[in-house]
Design a protein around this ligand. Structure first.
Ligand code: PLP
Length: 401
């Protein structure tokens, strides 16, 4: 007799045995530099809330006010009866901020990738993707009927090789879609988008960048990777992002031409078939754009903190990989050691989580730290001291613990 449910427990137990299950840490309050995690007061060193906006008074006020004026929910999916004036205002504000013709807001970044990618390339097309692209891109590509080609991570030469092969195979292929993360979240390196955009133009391909970790961080006033490389807007046809990281709220978005947005909102199934953001979320996102436009100090502080931390960690002898962004991996190597380092840091009052196989290759385990603009110099010194003590204890850096 078939047992329909025993796999649930078996597979979970397997994950626990291999120590691959997620152990949830519970925040007992807002995500602030010092916060309560599992009842202990610790320094937050791994949140995506880069600019501390999730707790910014303007965002909180905007969210509260929108509940009074527009209610708790939107009532529907966007195309039926779930588009409020606030949704339209957010899209206009975002397009202006990005210097794009138009923007479209999705419920999450994942929903944007999963809903739009399969529509941009289908049967008879080819998608060319960086080997380290985010899981939401991978799933978006899987939902597409297009063929998939993968190029070596952030390697324009290998991308050229793949595009040449694709060209040789044409006119078999109708359209080519190149997709890359902007900032790669495991290593903190930046995609060579200038070169990718030139190759896209050379081969008649559409270029799609997922700038989830670049916006609010890179470019003029945090406008993102397209601004960082000063690329003409028509060279990168789809600039995708999320409100869940530096913007401090939640929600995905794409920016580009009016044609792109008209196409996207009519075709993306995650957009047409799933409820729209509640007013409080939309209002907080508008306030976040406003803060980025009017309070440049947050992005500046983020970078000042990043330079200070990277220098101190390098001086102590830590290997911090090849990051050029506020994501700083502290390379450890062996998974068990990375977990022990994270546990020691938590004991001393710093929350920084280990990234281990299979999230990264065997032997490349690390602690992934993410800088935050709201941290003070004293906070940074505290964290650096905790890393120094634990790093010496575990023999990751030289010296007496
Ligand atoms: C590169 C990248 N793309 C997309 C997403 C998904 O964004 P969201 O949290 O808005 O669903 C993430 C979040 O982890 C990400 O890192």
């Amino acid at each position: 007799m078939r047992d329909p449910i025993s796999f649930l427990r078996q597979e979970y137990d397997d994950l626990v045995r291999q120590e691959l299950d997620w152990k949830l840490r519970i925040l007992g309050g807002p995500s602030t530099p010092w916060c309560l995690v599992d009842g202990k007061r610790v320094l937050m060193f791994c949140s995506n809330n880069y600019l501390g906006l999730s707790n910014h008074p303007k965002l909180k006020e905007a969210a509260k006010y929108a509940i009074d004026t527009h209610g708790a929910g939107s009532g529907s999916v966007r195309p039926i009866a779930g588009t409020m004036d606030l949704h339209m205002e957010l899209e206009q504000r975002l397009a202006r901020f990005k210097g794009a013709e138009a923007s479209l807001v999705f419920q999450t970044g994942f929903a944007a990738n999963a809903g739009l990618i399969p529509q941009l390339a289908g049967k008879g097309d080819v998608i060319v993707s960086d080997e380290l692209n985010h899981g939401s891109i991978i799933d978006g590509v899987r939902l597409s009927l297009a063929e998939r080609r993968v190029y070596k991570h952030a390697d324009p030469e290998d991308l050229t090789r793949v595009l040449d092969e694709v060209d040789k195979a044409s006119p078999q292929f109708r359209r080519i879609l190149i997709i890359t993360d902007g900032v790669f979240s495991m290593d903190g390196d930046v995609a060579p988008l200038d070169k990718i955009a030139s190759l896209g133009a050379e081969h008649g391909a559409m270029v799609y960048v997922d700038d989830a970790h670049g916006e609010g961080v890179l470019g003029e006033g945090g406008r993102g990777i397209v601004s960082h490389f000063r690329l003409p807007r028509d060279k990168v046809q789809v600039e995708m992002g999320t409100f869940s990281k530096a913007f401090g709220v939640v929600g995905g978005h794409v920016s580009g031409s009016r044609d792109l947005v008209n196409f996207a909102y009519n075709k993306s199934r995650t957009w047409t078939l799933s409820g729209s953001h509640p007013p409080a979320v939309v209002a907080a996102c508008i306030a976040a754009v406003d803060v980025l436009e009017h309070e440049p100090q947050h992005v500046k502080k983020l970078w000042d903190n990043t330079s200070y931390f990277k220098k101190a960690m390098t001086d102590l002898g830590f290997d911090i990989g090849k990051s050029t962004t506020p994501i700083t991996p502290v390379m450890v190597g062996e998974s068990g050691k990375a977990k022990r380092l994270s546990a020691r840091l938590y004991e001393t009052g710093v929350l920084a989580l280990p990234i281990v196989y299979p999230m990264v290759a065997q032997g490349k385990a690390r602690i992934r730290t993410i800088m935050n603009a709201a941290l003070t110099k004293e906070d940074l010194d505290f964290a650096i001291g905790a890393f120094e003590t634990a790093g010496k204890e575990l023999g990751i850096i030289q010296g007496q613990a």
